[in-house]
Design a protein around this ligand. Structure first.
Ligand code: FES
Ligand code: FES
Length: 168
């Protein structure tokens, strides 16, 4: 009887937040599962698992990506960035993370890693992003707790602190 899955595994190697990582993955393994269960990087959350909620958002070679819609093998050789890479080497919160802390930009925190990754990318590309642009950017993320107001306030405050270099 033919086997439904080959079970063949591939070694996947990439750079995660600046450090080389590797592990074994079946061809159909999702990047979310590879990050969380093979590498042990559990900062990336998994919600809907079909590209809707944004909780699993990471950056791959600079571009934002839903890691629940990405196969682990597709990350081979890439520069992958996750929420674990936002803080400084001494665990100092990034300006965006600090703004979330100060503005109560999270409650349960389930959506937070994806939102932080997404806003971090926006503020890198558009440091003077307007509140409207921030809201538009957040439209790809679902948050069940906050009503979005504190998240937007945090992002506006982070943009201001990045522009002013005050990082608070
Ligand atoms: S878990 Fe990937 S978009 Fe929801
Ligand atoms: S803080 Fe709970 S889902 Fe956003």
């Amino acid at each position: 009887m033919p086997r439904l899955t080959s079970g063949r595994r591939h070694t996947v190697r990439f750079t995660l937040n600046g450090r080389p990582v590797s592990g074994e993955a079946e061809p159909r393994m999702l990047l979310t599962d590879f990050l969380r269960h093979v590498i042990g990087a559990t900062g990336t959350h998994v919600g809907c698992e079909h590209g809707v909620c944004g909780a699993c958002t990471v950056r791959i070679d600079g571009a934002l990506a839903r890691s629940c819609l990405t196969l682990a093998v597709q990350a081979e050789g890439a520069d992958v960035r996750t929420v674990e890479g936002l803080a400084g080497a001494d665990d100092t919160l990034s300006p965006l993370q600090e703004a979330f802390r100060q503005n109560f930009g999270l409650q349960c925190g389930f959506c937070t890693p994806g939102i932080l990754m997404s806003l971090d990318a926006l503020l890198q590309e558009t440091p003077d992003a307007s509140e409207e642009e921030i809201r538009e950017h957040l439209s790809g993320h679902l948050c069940r707790c906050t009503g979005y107001g504190p998240i937007v306030r945090a992002a506006v405050a982070a943009a201001r602190s990045l522009r002013e270099g005050s990082h608070a």
